[in-house]
Design a protein around this ligand. Structure first.
Ligand code: SF4
Length: 365
């Protein structure tokens, strides 16, 4: 059996068992190996003391144990931490830790760059480079756990803090890398490893409709969030090209099916943009869409960026929008932007780094 990836951390425990069986090794070794990788965080097969040498030799010929190289980490005045990591093939990705009242949420990247081209997003400006392997996504979380250990962070029970929540909302469209996102969620959900419950992991999509159905078919252990951002096709299509392929009606059909089949609510992410999505008409439309559905709305004010066509709304406009939606009994929370002093929005640091590398290459050419 061959896999099209090289990092052993990309295999689920079942896949590792299959591989061991196919290679005449004891399948119970899979749990031991995964414990070394994810709990002891070893970086070489030689450190796996209870694994026989011949098994280690076979493993090392089949799979590498890869890690990410930390290029930079920045700590915000509000406690958020952002990492810039370099992959083994010299690309840059970002990971953000958002500590909140004993919860340690991590926003992970799932792709290097992104093909979805949303107007309000810096990652989009990088274009799409490649999907991250499951091992690379897991490594983002492992590195944050390392940081929590090093800094002696304590959780609500007074014990060593660990990552408690995962949001697949960093660089990339997670559903365009569903295979690896699914594999990542399975490993995170594994009780012997990260032991994160289904409700502790949220996959956020720009609206790749067929993949929402696939997420349900695969029974991926996660919740679903959708970047709705606008309530009419013209406005949504103007900032999110995905809407031209799968308009709002199709998206809502898919999220309705998700809710029905998983018996779970969907979170609609809603970026408030001056004169585009933060208007009385948009509030009315949002109410029309949400009222008959089992949804929560998570609003966030547009982050400052270079696009001259988009602006953040005034606080007065935001308050008026929230008031209207709440008056209709729709559950809406406003997410406080965290880490703006450290470029915590998706892609800002990696884009800058990529530009620097590109400029240096041009100068030295
Ligand atoms: S917002 Fe998300 S889906 Fe849209 S371009 Fe950025 S990374 Fe991709």
């Amino acid at each position: 059996m061959t896999y099209n990836f090289k990092d052993i951390k990309s295999l689920t425990v079942d896949e590792l068992k299959e591989w061991l069986s196919a290679n005449c090794e004891k399948t119970y070794r899979a749990d031991q190996i995964e414990n070394w990788l994810f709990c002891q965080q070893v970086s070489s097969y030689d450190q796996m003391k209870n694994i026989p040498q011949q098994t280690r030799d076979k493993l090392s010929k089949a799979f590498a144990i890869r890690s990410l190289t930390e290029v930079q980490h920045l700590v915000s005045v509000d406690g958020a931490v952002k990492w810039l990591f370099r992959t083994a093939d010299d690309h840059y990705i970002e990971t953000v830790l958002i500590p909140t009242n004993g919860r340690f949420s991590v926003c992970v990247s799932t792709q290097i760059g992104c093909a979805m081209n949303c107007a309000f997003c810096r990652t989009a400006k990088m274009g799409f480079i490649r999907n991250l392997e499951a091992g690379e996504i897991l490594e983002e979380i492992i590195r944050v756990n390392d940081y929590l250990k090093e800094t002696g962070e304590i959780n609500a029970d007074g014990k060593q803090a660990q990552v408690t929540n995962i949001i697949f909302m960093g660089m990339g469209e997670p559903l365009n890398n569903l295979e690896n996102v699914h594999r990542t969620c399975c490993t995170l959900h594994n009780q012997k490893l990260f032991n994160l419950g289904r409700k502790k992991m949220t996959v956020s999509t720009s609206g790749v409709v067929p993949k929402i159905k696939e997420l349900v078919d695969r029974n991926t252990p996660c919740c679903l969030a959708v970047s709705l951002n606008s309530t009419n096709n013209e406005a949504r299509g103007s900032v999110m090209p995905v809407n031209k392929i799968w308009p709002i009606e199709k998206l809502l059909e898919a999220t309705d099916e998700y809710s029905r089949r998983t018996d779970n609510y969907v979170t609609f992410e809603f970026v408030l943009m001056k004169d585009v999505t933060c208007t009385p008409a948009a509030a009315k439309e949002l109410i029309r869409i949400c009222a008959p559905r089992r949804v929560k709305v998570n609003a966030i004010v547009l982050n400052a960026m270079d696009d001259p066509n988009l602006e953040a709304p005034t606080q007065e406009d935001v308050d008026s929008f929230l008031e209207k939606v709440r008056a209709a009994n729709i559950q809406i929370t406003i997410r406080n932007p965290r880490g703006r002093d450290i470029f915590a929005a998706c892609g800002q640091l990696a884009y800058k780094k990529q530009q620097k590398v590109a400029n240096a290459d041009t100068e030295s050419a």
